[in-house]
Each structure stands twice: as structure tokens, then as C-alpha cells.
Design a protein around this ligand. Structure first.
Ligand SMILES: [Zn+2]
Length: 258
């Protein structure tokens, strides 16, 4: 309790009341938290400029109790990742990343590996490259780090070996399924070619920024995108919003969670 200083990434920033902002962060020391920045929308505010979405900051907060919104005391920008906001495709990929972190991580459950992946993903987006592919490999990493590693080594239902040429991925089971397990699954499964399986296995193994050197096109890309989208949808219970129109967002009604 009291003053806490931690590195953080801004994952959502909403207007609140006349001049305030309510901001969701993924922080290194506390995991996902929400805070109020009093007067952040006033012209002379010291806080406003550091609370842009995707910003990587040194954050100082004051907390009285872990249940309520923390008070944002100070923000020092480490990297604003300004280039991300200059291109809609890159911004959409970044929004995908932070929306996944927001949806999949519980409040106040810090994980340095997830934090480092988030920084690595945003840094990779700043560089030239393929933003959609970057977002895709980011999702593979975060799924693994949050206990939802896509199982591509053997059947996720019964552990038996999989006939690679006939592999089917079940979002409901969280991985490949053999023919007999497949028969018991009601939800849709997705055929996966050996190339798509190899891509996911490599994406899982390689760290950022090395993982962004992976390339996928054509059928492999379509298969991997479809499988990861469907699996993320299953894990978080809804499709991942592709972009949040931060500035146009209406004020939230009250200090409620989520
Ligand atoms: Zn099986």
C-alpha cells in the first residue's frame, strides 16, 4: 500500500467526468490494474501526455486498498511508441495485442514474461515489418504464457500421437485432436497442414524480436490466423475487438470493474 513505482504499458484510456481519465495498465510489479488520473485532460496536466494508448512508462501510483482504483501520481515516458499511431494497420495490430492482454490476464497477477512479451511485441511493431504477423506470433506467445498453450505435439484429448497429414485443431480442446477424440467434439475443428503446425511450433519457441523473422503466406497464413483467432475467441469467450476508438469513447458510467 502507499506509493508504488513500476514500469507499465497503457492498455486502455477512457475519459472520465469533466477532466479525468480512467486508465488500464499492464504493469511489471502488479499485473493489470486500473487507475484514475485526476485532471489528466486539462491542458497543463503533467499526466495527460503519458497516458496515450500503447505508451511504455514509469508509473507512480498511490493505492489505499487493492480493491479500488489506484490514484495515478506521476507518469514518465520511457517510449511513447508514437510510430504505432501513425499507421492504421500497425495501430490495429497493437490494439489486438493490448486487447488480448486486457481480456486474458486477471487483475493484479504480475508475470514478467507477459510484460516482456508486451514490450517486445510493441517494439517489433515500431520497426518495419508485417504488423499482422507480429500480432499473430504475439498471440501465440501470450496464450502459452497464460496457461493456454496451443497443443500441437500430440492429441489434446487423450495424449495419443497425431497423424500429421490429417491434423485437426480444436479450439474447444486447446489443440490438435486425434480422430476418435474429434468425433466427441461438437464445436468446429480446423484442418492444419504440416507447414502451419511447424509455424506455430516455431512461433512458440522463438523469443521476441527473433520470432518476427518468421514468415507465413498463402494457405499457412490463413490456417494459422483462423486457428489462433478461433482459439482466442474460445479462451476469452468473445471475438477480440480489432481496434478501440480510444478518443471517441464515451465516459464510463461509474467506478465499476472491467
Ligand atoms: Zn485423442
Amino acid at each position: 500500500m502507499g506509493l508504488v513505482k513500476t514500469r507499465a504499458v497503457v492498455i486502455k484510456s477512457q475519459r472520465y467526468g469533466e477532466a479525468d481519465r480512467i486508465v488500464t495498465f499492464y504493469t511489471e510489479k502488479l499485473g493489470k490494474i486500473r487507475g484514475i488520473a485526476k485532471g489528466a485532460r486539462r491542458l497543463k496536466s503533467r499526466l495527460g501526455g503519458g497516458l496515450e494508448p500503447f505508451g511504455f512508462i514509469d508509473l507512480t501510483i498511490f493505492e489505499k486498498s487493492p480493491e479500488i482504483l489506484v490514484r495515478i501520481s506521476q507518469v514518465d515516458i520511457i517510449n511513447s511508441f508514437g510510430k504505432i499511431r501513425e499507421d492504421l494497420t500497425v495501430m490495429t495490430a497493437a490494439a489486438h495485442m493490448v486487447n488480448l492482454i486486457k481480456a486474458i490476464t486477471p487483475d493484479r497477477d504480475p508475470h514478467s514474461s507477459i510484460f516482456n512479451t508486451l514490450i517486445g511485441g510493441l517494439e517489433a511493431l515500431q520497426d518495419e515489418g508485417d504488423p499482422e504477423l507480429c500480432s499473430l506470433v504475439f498471440q501465440v506467445h501470450v496464450l502459452g504464457q497464460t496457461g493456454f498453450r496451443p497443443q500441437t505435439d500430440h492429441c489434446s484429448g487423450c495424449n495419443s500421437d497425431i497423424e500429421v497429414a490429417k491434423a485437426q485443431f480444436s479450439p474447444q480442446s486447446g489443440g490438435l485432436v486425434c480422430r476418435s477424440c474429434r468425433e466427441r467434439i461438437v464445436d468446429r475443428c480446423f484442418p492444419m497442414s504440416p507447414g502451419s503446425l511447424a509455424f506455430i511450433q516455431q512461433a512458440r519457441r522463438l523469443p521476441f524480436p527473433t520470432v518476427t523473422r518468421l514468415r507465413a503466406a498463402g494457405q499457412i497464413r490463413r490456417e494459422v490466423e483462423e486457428v489462433i483467432d478461433s482459439y482466442v475467441h474460445h479462451v476469452i469467450g468473445k471475438p477480440l475487438p480489432t481496434i478501440s476508438w480510444w478518443a471517441a469513447e464515451p465516459s464510463p458510467p461509474a467506478y465499476t470493474s472491467s
